[in-house]
Design a protein around this ligand. Structure first.
Ligand code: Q9C
Ligand code: ZN
Length: 344
């Protein structure tokens, strides 16, 4: 399958994240994409550099002040103290209920809280450049599909589906799947479906399209009562306004075995078929794998061929975008299994 890779992802290499109150090495690390690229090459798939500039589309899915913040964040962090080059910024205060988010503070750490949903999305020197190149890769895959290719894959990191209109979260900064979906709309697709199969609910993508009928969002994920992102992803979230009925959440308990997961996939596919979509974007998280270190579903490597086969039966032009998946060494096998299952 034609794959757009992100030639600049290595610049996003934060060192630590928080886990149970301790600083631990980042799960979302450069080796993830390296393993996927290696598996693609080993199994004969072509890799291409991005060929589109996503700037205009990013402006359709993210708020201008958020994009400006992200672009300047590292420079602002260094401006606080030259010694900051060797440390990672983390937010420490957030504008929750009753606090104002309309006035952007001058203080850098306060801005970081304004534009973050968690403290789990560490910034590094190359974060903006890497995230922007990833959005360019997602748009490149979408444009090839809009031009008639049956399917294309965007192999990128950092992932995107937790990033909302004006916030980062869950290792995500720019919403690559939303860029692909919006790009397909701009290129003439009247209706697009986004199917998110990452273990974690794609709160950012849901939020971006929640009041729109042209982009259906469907997601299969760990129940947010116990699983990240906790505050979105329930079954009663069905869309708002014009978008009522165009959001489908299928939360499953942590520990759900593969047969029940595939039954949910059938339900999501039935809803997508009913949308009469012109194109499909798959937020391809592979943290549903039984060996994933931070997730609790139970798909085996061989099951990922079946995921691809089921998606192919929708018969839609399809853009795959890499999201999560933290069993780094197996990530390449599992990703390529989906793509080859799709290709048949
Ligand atoms: N500190 C994606 O899969 N926190 N994001 C995990 C370890 C959040 C996962 C806890 C997990 C986010 C794209
Ligand atoms: Zn995930």
């Amino acid at each position: 399958m034609l794959t757009f890779h992100n030639p600049l992802h290595h610049g996003h290499a934060p060192v630590h994240e928080f886990f149970r109150g301790e600083r631990v090495p980042c799960f979302e690390k450069p080796a993830r994409a390296d393993y996927v690229e290696a598996a693609l090459k080993a199994r004969g798939h072509a890799l291409q550099a991005p060929e589109q500039n996503s700037s205009a589309v990013l402006g359709q899915v993210h708020a201008p002040r958020y994009l400006a913040f992200l672009r300047e964040a590292w420079a602002q962090w260094l401006a606080l103290d030259a010694g900051n080059a060797a440390c990672q910024p983390f937010p420490s205060v957030w504008p929750v209920r009753t606090l104002r988010s309309d006035v952007e503070p001058d203080n850098f750490v306060a801005k970081l809280g304004l534009y973050s949903m968690d403290n789990g999305s560490p910034l590094a020197e190359g974060t903006w450049v890497a995230a922007k190149a990833g959005a360019d890769a997602a748009l490149s895959a979408a444009m090839r599909v809009a031009q008639g290719l049956r399917a294309a894959f965007c192999c990128t990191r950092p992932p995107g589906h937790h990033a909302g209109p004006d916030f980062m979260g869950g290792y995500c900064f720019l919403n690559n799947a939303a860029v692909a979906a919006q790009g397909l709309r701009n290129a003439g697709a009247a209706r697009v479906a986004v199917l998110d199969v990452d273990y974690h609910h794609g709160n950012g993508t849901q939020a971006i399209f929640y009041d729109r009928a042209d982009v259906l969002f469907a997601s299969i994920h760990g129940d947010p009562r116990t699983e990240y992102p906790f505050y979105l992803g329930h079954a009663d979230e069905t869309g708002a306004g014009q978008g009522e009925g165009f959001n489908l959440n299928l939360p499953l308990p942590a520990g759900t075995p593969a047969p029940a997961w595939f039954a949910a996939l059938d339900s999501a596919c039935a809803r997508i078929a009913g949308h009469r979509a012109d194109a499909l974007v798959v937020s391809l998280g592979l943290d549903t794998f039984e060996g994933d270190p931070i997730s609790r579903f139970a798909l085996a490597s061989g099951d990922f061929f079946r995921v691809g086969e089921r998606l192919a039966r929708l018969g839609l032009p399809t853009v795959f975008v890499l999201e999560g998946g933290y069993a780094a060494a197996e990530l390449g096998t599992n990703a390529v299994n989906v793509l080859e299952g799709f290709e048949g």
